[in-house]
Ligand binder design. Structure first.
Ligand code: 26Q
Length: 812
């Protein structure tokens, strides 16, 4: 694509769309103009991709996820289309800054954190690897709440991301399906002497899909992320005349539930789950029928992935359609279902495993409940005599009046995977051990990964430039090639250039911090970053205790030889998670205390940036020196910000948890700071019931002093929250062993402090982290899913042989 051509096109489109010239248009109008040129340019390939999958009789995978968290799409689409630089320059020549346009795009925040972001990294990689795979989810009217701080407290505001429209989606009215809720169901023999459900009452809503193109990286492949929105069917308009009646329906796709693992099951949440499951499975089967193959071979054409248990009803919905609507026998349908379905577990916290009460499921989707009951009945029958009775009781789906969704997902699928080696091992040995005994071959590991192009080429252009100049550009499309950087570990020019790039990013982040918080931070300080949801197990509190320790050390000895540090936090707490909100308040008050204490000579700063989201992550990560991955060993399934920070040259301080272990294996012990209890030691405490937090408090004078600050007025304005945290640590015996890991953490932090001051050594550590991050590319991860679980194969792009498109870039 030529710049001149693009400029002409841009002006023409702006005139057509808004009857304007560049000088009159707002950033938003310019952004929409650019968006429409881009979607027009890839829509042909989008259509063609569908046709290719169909013509080449490709098996396709469908990734069912109740959350997707793509963030902004403008620059990532430009990058993948091969347009980024040309468009940026062309816009500049017209006096427009691409950054200003990117600024007006709202984050697409239809997810809480790791799980939703992983789904979006996978969407990027699946398309970029030319794999036939699509997303299926919910188009929430409101994404994850926006966070503000008022007097240090978290306040939640609605995320009205659709207010100005969405350039990337297409409403596909013709692909709508109906979803039935509620009422009664009984079985009656039909003409062919088969039992068929008869529905009484209940109500039907229309599910309308909004499709978003998932543009592959320079390969002309455009897959689909299909998000469903609820509408009232025209035929039913009369029934839903009152505002309240309509509200009940519209609520279905209105808001994303904030991650609230401990929350009692809510009816609306269950309805959301059935809504997108039923709509998705129906549309897949409708498409499959059009292809004209028999249902006997459906597993050769369709793979359905269940991302955590939220879409586990896929198992029952798929059964329902095959037996009720397609006259397939139960046995045959069940065999096919198992072959089609696969499931990923994302958590080992027992309280987070989803369960629904029988009456609630009967009320929301009575036929699905019947089918689950029958699956459960047959499971018990088939296992009786084969497995011990107590094992069957512990693994069956319905227990004590509750439906265990993980059990449904495991029993109804051929593959269950964890998201890091340790996590998958713990699933086998502890959490899901009963199932592992029954189905050993169903279990496997798929370590998470990240969309490296977004987290390096887009987010960190200064580092990208150095890498491109040093090792060439093959790593842009083959993330593993970033390992060539290892050859430059002794090259001072490269080490300095990387450090200079990091410094540039820190200057930018410092300016942002000044702008939004009014805090002065020096780019020469260590930028120490903890960014993730606020959860007790992630132990933001441990970080805070160490900050307090440093503060007291400095107060006692202002000459202390520590390198200045800026501690940066980003974290949202679920609105109903009281304890997590208290931690936020306390961090904010500690920040006030430390940032305004002139006596410590700016050696410490604490910055809690509000509203952590994908876009803020893209600002913070390239500027990070230290990556805080300090969850209690065994609790963090994988973590993915650990990978993003590593790729950007941050040095990790970590427990041996989740993917941290694999990061350590990749970089070696000398290039990471590991501390704390191991998973074995944690489990030993559980077994022996001999953890005693008060003892630690009473025997460690440092800990004593730091904890007292929470309740003796040293930290102002936290009378209530300080006591609550103190109680969690002492009265309730410190569930996540914060006090036990405190001393080891402080030592590891001191190692970081010393290493940083040996500048050459630090630069080398940083380089080695970047160079070894390639294995954590989600390209890698999705290829393993494709081969081991979904059995799908890459397609060759239709027009990759055509001259103009041979580099996978797009024509206007
Ligand atoms: C539950 C009930 C009601 C409403 C919401 C929820 C809910 C929503 C989201 C429960 C859990 C989640 C999200 C979980 C999650 O993000 N898990 C993370 O998944 C990442 C990707 O695999 C891992 O890297 C993280 O370790 C894991 O915590």
């Amino acid at each position: 694509m030529e710049k001149t051509e693009f400029k002409a096109k841009f002006k023409k489109r702006l005139a057509e769309k808004f009857a304007m010239e560049v000088s009159d248009a707002s950033a938003n109008e310019l952004y929409q103009t650019l968006g429409s040129i881009m979607t027009a340019a890839y829509s042909q390939d989008w259509q063609q991709t569908w046709q290719d999958y169909r013509d080449q009789e490709q098996k396709q995978a469908y990734y069912f996820s109740i959350e997707f968290l793509p963030g902004k799409m403008l620059k990532s689409n430009l990058l993948n289309m091969g347009w980024l630089e040309t468009v940026e320059e062309a816009l500049q020549e017209m006096g427009i800054s691409l950054e200003d346009l990117a600024e007006v795009e709202p984050d697409m925040a239809l997810g809480n954190g790791g799980l939703g972001r992983l789904a979006s990294c996978f969407m990027d990689s699946i398309a970029s690897c030319g794999l036939p795979g699509n997303g299926n989810g919910i188009r929430y009217e409101y994404g994850l709440f926006k966070q503000r701080f008022v007097d240090g407290y978290q306040v939640e505001l609605p995320d009205e991301w659709l207010q100005k429209g969405n350039s990337w989606e297409i409403r596909k009215e013709s692909k709508a399906v109906d979803v039935h809720f509620g009422g009664n169901v009984y079985l009656q023999k039909d003409g062919k002497d088969q039992l068929k459900p008869v529905y009484e009452g209940g109500y039907t809503v229309r599910a309308v899909p909004y499709d978003t193109g998932m543009v592959g990286y320079k390969n002309n492949i455009v897959n689909t992320m299909r998000l469903w929105s609820v509408e009232i069917p025209a035929e039913e308009e009369d029934r839903y005349r009152s505002i309240e009646d309509r509200r009940v329906i519209e609520d279905l796709t209105s808001v994303l539930y904030p991650d609230d693992s401990n929350q009692e099951g809510r009816k609306l949440r269950l309805s959301q789950e059935y809504f997108f499951v039923s709509a998705g499975v129906q549309s897949i089967l409708r498409y499959y029928k059009r292809l004209g193959y028999s249902f006997d071979q459906i597993n050769q054409y369709i793979a359905i992935h269940i991302n955590d248990t939220h879409p586990a009803m896929c198992v029952a919905e798929f059964m329902r359609i095959l037996i009720d609507e397609e006259d397939v026998s139960w046995e045959k349908a069940w065999n096919l279902t198992i072959k089609v379905m696969s499931y990923t577990n994302h958590t080992i916290m027992a309280e987070a495993l989803e369960k629904w009460s029988i009456p609630m499921m009967q009320e929301v989707c009575p036929r699905i409940y019947q089918i689950i009951e029958e699956i459960d009945r047959r499971f018990v029958k088939d296992m009786t005599g084969v497995q011990p009775a107590d094992l069957i009781e512990r693994t069956r789906i319905i227990q004590n009046g509750q439906i265990h969704m993980a059990n449904l997902a495991i029993i109804g699928s051929h593959s269950t995977n964890g998201v890091a080696k340790l996590h998958s091992d713990l699933l086998k040995s502890v959490v899901l051990n009963d199932f592992y005994v029954m189905y050993p071959t169903r279990f496997n590991n798929k370590t998470n990964g990240i969309a490296q192009r977004r987290w390096s080429q887009l987010a960190n252009r200064s580092m990208t430039k150095v890498l491109n100049e040093t090792i060439g550009t093959s790593w842009n499309s083959h993330p593993e090639d970033i390992r060539f950087l290892m050859n430059f570990a002794e090259d001072d020019k490269v080490l300095d250039a990387l450090a200079e790039a990091k410094h540039e990013n820190k200057v930018k982040l410092a300016a942002y911090i000044k702008k939004v918080k009014g805090i002065d931070v020096s780019p020469d300080a260590i930028f120490d970053v903890q960014i993730k949801r606020l959860h007790a197990y992630k132990r933001q509190l441990l970080n805070l205790l160490h900050i307090m320790k440093l503060y007291f050390d400095l107060k006692e000895n202002p000459k202390l030889a520590i390198h200045p540090r800026v501690f940066i936090f980003g974290a949202k707490a679920a609105p109903s998670y009281h304890y997590a909100k208290s931690v936020i308040k306390v961090i904010n008050e500690v920040a006030n205390l430390i940032n305004n204490d002139a006596s410590i000579d700016n050696k410490l700063k604490v910055v809690f940036l509000a509203n952590y989201n994908v876009t803020l992550a893209e600002r913070i990560i390239p500027a990070a020196d230290v990556s805080e991955q300090i969850s209690l060993a065994s609790k963090e399934a994988s973590g993915t910000s650990n990978m993003k920070l590593m790729l950007n040259g941050a040095v990790t301080i970590a427990t041996l948890d989740g993917a941290n272990i694999e990061i350590r294996d990749a970089v070696g012990d000398e290039n990471i700071a590991i501390f704390g209890l191991t998973e074995t030691e944690v489990y030993r405490y559980y077994q022996e019931h001999n953890y005693n937090s008060s003892e630690l408090y009473h025997n460690d004078p440092v800990l004593h002093k730091v904890l007292n600050a929470f309740v003796d007025g040293t930290i102002p304005n936290i009378a209530f929250e300080g006591q609550e945290i103190m109680d969690s640590l002492l009265k309730y015996n410190d569930e996540f062993f914060v006090l036990r890991d405190f001393a080891a953490y402080c030592d590891a932090q001191e190692t970081i402090n010393q290493n940083y001051q040996d500048r050459r050594r630090w630069k080398q550590i940083s380089l080695k982290n970047i160079a070894n991050a390639g294995r954590f590319s989600s390209d890698n991860t999705v290829k393993r899913y494709a081969e081991d679980i979904w059995q799908i194969e890459p397609v060759f792009a239709h027009n990759s042989e055509k001259g103009a498109n041979q580099h996978g870039t797009y024509l206007l």
